[in-house]
Design a binder for this molecule. Sequence first.
Ligand SMILES: Cc1cc2nc3c(=O)[nH]c(=O)nc-3n(C[C@H](O)[C@H](O)[C@H](O)COP(=O)(O)OP(=O)(O)OC[C@H]3O[C@@H](n4cnc5c(N)ncnc54)[C@H](O)[C@@H]3O)c2cc1C
Length: 399
Amino acid sequence: MTSVDFPKHKKAKALKPGSRRPAKELCSECGLCDTYYVHYVKEACAFINQQFETLELQSHGATRNLDNPDEVYFGVHQEMMAARKQQPIEGAQWTGIVSSIAIEMLNRGMVEGVVCVQNTKEDRFGPMPVIARTPEEVLAARVNKPTLSPNLSVLEQIEQSGMKRLLVIGVGCQIQALRAVEKQLGLEKLYVLGTPCVDNVTRAGLQKFLDTTSKSPDTVVYYEFMQDFRVHFKHEDGSTELVPFFGLNTKELKDVFAPSCMSCFDYVNSLADLVVGYMGAPFGWQWILVRNDTGKEMLDLVKDQIDTQPVMSQGDRKAAVQQSIPAYDKGVTLPMWAAKLMGVVIEKIGPKGLEYARFSIDSHFTRNYLYVKRQHPEKLEAHVPEFAKRIVGQYKLPE
Ligand SMILES: Cc1cc2nc3c(=O)[nH]c(=O)nc-3n(C[C@H](O)[C@H](O)[C@H](O)COP(=O)(O)OP(=O)(O)OC[C@H]3O[C@@H](n4cnc5c(N)ncnc54)[C@H](O)[C@@H]3O)c2cc1C
């Protein structure tokens, strides 16, 4: 056998569970190091080697146009829209557009498998990455497992199974590493369906968040930071609990987010072919970004199952973002009555649609910029991409 038949990475050894990862405390547990693709980690890891431009060019045939404000914020895209399924999938995170696309792709034989994440038997939020081969297995992965999830840990199985056409569903850090090793996977066609992602946590961190924020942490089956500036918790009995963002116990929760997420600038999953989130859409709708022709091909599969409307934008986020920077930095927590009042006012006059998405991106990028500057000053220049520097540059930051 020649070295061409037997690439070097197959000789590499996956790192043992629990052992220190090359990205050290910035590891987002994407799963790459759990496979022999650890061989490429120094180039592939989003927290060791930031390479948006190279990978955007490889994935979309273009890099972000920094003269186009929408691309600075949302990345390379052909089209944006708001959408929702006419018949939502019960138990999905939103209306189930992600699961529906994956199911269509399997049913039509476009792919042989779908990398997605189910939950473990013991824990509804415990992530269990799988390669789903049937619609039932895809459906079993619906709803967010709101913790770091080693989705790429199944990559070795793909090569071993001989699969040639694959869909991967994942968040930004997973997709950055995936794109970096894509050519080594031996696939004929890779489809990438991404979701935005921010403020992720370890499983222990998730418990702390639930315990600190919900009145009944053990019965939470779903939660989302919604466009109405409230966290919506859904409980086992079908009830919904609303907690205003401004009432969160910032001091307690300051250290709960994973260091990787505090250093992430890929909120909008820049390298996926198609992105399905919610934050650029009106309340109750999902937000879709078609990045390239492959993404369009994927969205077309469900066009007759969804209602769509053009994206809208309303309000001005800038003053609210500027005020929130020192407040977050000092860990200010409002009393619940004030938080509720502020929530009502901001819902009425605050940013909506794309302006809400910009509000969220600005708030997180300024926070993360400060985090990298303070905790990893040696990484600041190379790790923060140019588009993020422009976004952060609009605000006055504390030292
Ligand atoms: C951790 C996390 C944070 C998010 N934060 C935002 C945000 O701030 N703004 C925004 O607009 N959207 C965010 N999203 C996306 C949004 O919450 C929905 O997932 C998305 O709109 C799809 O909804 P759906 O009903 O179509 O998905 P469903 O049909 O319910 O499918 C959900 C899919 O997500 C995958 N998944 C679940 N957990 C994870 C995980 N931990 N890592 C990788 N993949 C996972 C599953 O494999 C499943 O296929 C986030 C998603 C995740 C996983």
